[in-house]
Design a protein around this ligand. Structure first.
Ligand code: NAD
Length: 513
């Protein structure tokens, strides 16, 4: 069987020779215990990585705090030039990096490439931004005075990321943080450590070529215990954490306790509302890709369909029919739609969720199950399932990070569907399928979807880098990527400048001496 070019990709990314655990990539001070990375694609060991001890962490912090002083001195457009070079390196290495993402995480090769493309796109965005970190001038109420607002680099940014976007989420944060003048310390997911090392190798090469301190970009390896070094460390000005709501609750409170800033990107429980005028040609691919793409392991994966009773049977049958066409198998083979989930724990959670849904009265429309036999040796290949359910079921209220789609009915007006859509603790992504202008606008209004992302006639899954990305409620409230998300990576300073010969006080206060 072909290895789909994985060996070659590992070599090109400089992560091939780390199997003995003695080398852990550039700018990486790790000397702790060794963790192993197994591919969910074929169950094979890909490599071993040394984790970061507390002592190693302190060395990383020395490197990054001293690099910060040098980096913030470099004008923002010149910092943008470094990000431009980084983007170009990603263009050159799109194929091997996309392959590694697919092989270590299990998403389809196309999605692996797509993730690298997102990195390239955010670099382009950040390069433009490097000339637009504008503050404003504000009229002063005092004669001979002016007020100004400036944006300054915030310092060391700690990035904690999830397994499901093992490279793009880092880039979303770091490309912006770098042009803003910050330096970054990244703890990627312990489930995808080689992706982190590959990325680190790429940026380390760019920094070296430009004679810049390696501390501008550091990685630390390991699980939540290594993450805690950063959340508890007052030297980390901003912690940007992507992952489960359970993680965010701990990280958010730990960082808040020391008055640090955090940017939280947590779980979703995303729904599509399907109204009587919805176009099935759009609904079926939108809902099916949303539910089964990345084996249901996107934060924006479609978890719930809320279908008007008048079209319920028709929509249900079309979607169940489409599930019959889905090919499950090696994600590096472009003929397959659905690859494995990340590990066997994930398989267990998925099986348990199906049982819980049944116990609460759910009716299984498309059976789930674990695939066995040739090609499925890793034990991580599962069948996407559809369950007819009700929104109040406990299991429907939770995010299960697997391809389980709950479908439910609404009757009457769109407000009833919006109530169901909003009737969960999470608030990331949402969509409505309708050709009725009034329904669409109602859904997008203040009385509509309560999510950070609300779409019309496209699904919930995936986003472009140009918009701010994130969600409300238990999704954590953070925004990353486009629009003005850059502001969180900077500190705001308000200046009042007096160019008169007098010293008038604000609000007309007199203080005569
Ligand atoms: P996870 O919460 O298990 O882990 C995420 C990261 O947090 C890992 O690097 C982990 O080591 C670290 N971590 C966990 N506990 C920590 C602690 N107490 N202190 C410091 N670090 C800690 O999540 P996962 O299984 O890797 O990813 C799946 C989850 O991520 C889903 O809930 C998904 O919705 C969410 N996610 C959200 C977004 C978003 O933008 N909103 C994007 C991707 C994934």
């Amino acid at each position: 069987a072909t290895d789909f070019g994985i060996e070659k990709a590992l070599k090109e990314l400089g992560v091939k020779d780390i199997n003995d655990g003695t080398s852990t990539g550039s700018n990486n001070f790790s000397n702790g215990e060794v963790i192993e990375s197994y591919s969910p694609v074929d169950g094979k060991l890909i490599g071993k990585v040394k984790t970061t001890s507390k002592e190693d962490y302190e060395k990383v912090m020395e490197a990054s705090t001293s690099a910060f002083k040098a980096w913030r001195d470099i004008p923002a457009p010149q910092r943008g030039e470094i990000v431009r070079q980084f983007g170009n390196k990603l263009r050159e290495l799109k194929e091997p990096l996309g392959k590694l993402v697919s092989y270590e995480m299990g998403k389809s090769l196309q999605e692996g490439y797509g993730e690298v493309q997102e990195m390239i796109d955010i670099c382009d965005f950040a390069v433009g931004l490097s000339r637009q970190l504008n503050g404003q001038t504000i009229p002063s109420e005092r004669p001979g005075h002016v007020m100004r607002e400036q944006w300054h680099p915030i310092g060391v940014v700690g990035i904690i990321s999830a397994f499901n976007f093992p490279v793009a989420v880092w880039a979303w944060n770091t490309a912006l943080a770098w042009v803003c003048g910050d330096v970054c310390v990244w703890k990627g997911s312990e489930k995808t450590p080689l992706c982190s090392i590959a990325c680190q190798n790429i940026i380390a090469g760019v920094l070296k070529d430009n004679d810049l301190p390696e501390g501008i970009s550091c990685i630390i390896n390991g699980d939540y215990k290594v993450g805690e070094f950063m959340t508890k460390d007052p030297k980390i000005a901003l912690v940007s954490a992507t992952g489960s709501t359970r993680m965010g609750r701990i990280v958010g409170t730990t960082v808040a306790e020391r008055f640090g800033k955090s940017l939280l990107e947590l779980g979703g429980n995303n729904a599509i509302i399907i109204t009587p005028t919805a176009d099935l040609k759009v609904v079926v691919p939108g809902a099916v890709f949303g539910a089964v793409g990345t084996a249901g392991q996107r934060c924006t994966s479609t978890r719930r369909l809320i279908i008007h009773e008048s079209v319920y049977d028709k929509v249900r049958d079309a979607i169940v029919g489409a599930y019959g066409q889905i090919k499950i198998g090696n994600p590096l083979d472009e003929n397959n739609h659905v690859g494995p989930v990340i590990d066997k724990d994930s398989v267990k959670t998925y099986l348990a969720a199906i049982e819980k849904a049944k116990a609460e009265g759910g009716k299984v429309l498309v059976e789930g199950g674990v695939l066995e036999g040739e090609g499925f040796e890793s034990g991580c290949y599962i069948k996407p399932a559809i369950i007819e359910a009700e929104n109040h079921f406990k299991i429907v209220q939770q995010e299960t990070f697997a391809p389980i789609l709950y479908i439910m009915k609404y009757s009457g007006s769109v407000e009833n569907a919006i109530d169901q859509q909003n009737g969960v603790a999470q608030g990331l992504s949402s969509a409505i399928m309708t050709n009725e202008l009034k329904e669409a606008e109602k859904f997008l209004s203040y009385a509509g979807s309560d999510c950070g992302i609300a779409n019309v006639n496209i699904g919930t899954s995936g986003a472009e880098i140009g918009g701010a990305f994130g969600g409300e409620k238990e999704t954590g409230g953070g925004r990353e990527s486009g629009s003005d998300a850059w502001k969180v990576y900077m500190r705001r300073q308000t200046n009042t400048i007096n160019y008169s010969d007098e010293l008038p006080l604000a609000q007309g206060i007199k203080f005569d001496l």
